[in-house]
Design a protein around this ligand. Structure first.
Ligand SMILES: [Zn+2]
Length: 121
């Protein structure tokens, strides 16, 4: 194993973004939530360039309130399941209200990054 190399032991390790406190990958050079550049950790090591994730999955939908009906309230709930169908995360991403003729567009994207020189293939 080479020093500084990403191994399967540290693939998927997380840290807290100093700007927005979101839990992000330790290898991230840019926080996916607040989009701030991060200046420490593996991403800041010499020779390591900011890696842009490949969007493996992206889904978008718009909820349009029908005119004439009363106000609506909505909850955006994200659930994450593993290969066995077991729920490993569940989070309320946002809540709000929709009045007649208003709309909200929801976008879900999953970015995948292959660690440099490491990880199981
Ligand atoms: Zn952040």
């Amino acid at each position: 194993m080479l020093p500084g190399r990403v191994t399967s032991a540290n693939v998927g390790r997380t840290r807290t973004c100093p700007h927005c406190k979101a839990t992000i990958l330790e290898s991230s050079a840019i926080c996916p939530q607040c989009r701030h550049h991060l200046k420490f950790g593996a991403a800041a090591a010499p020779g390591v360039q900011a890696r842009k994730g490949e969007t493996a999955f992206r889904m978008e939908g718009t909820l349009q309130h029908t005119a004439g009906a009363g106000d609506w309230e909505y909850s955006v709930v994200l659930t994450l399941r593993n290969e066995k169908g077991e729920e490993i995360a569940r989070q309320v991403v946002g809540v709000g209200a929709l009045r007649p003729t208003e709309a909200r567009t929801f976008t879900l994207s999953v970015d995948v990054v292959k660690p440099p020189g490491g990880g199981r293939s």
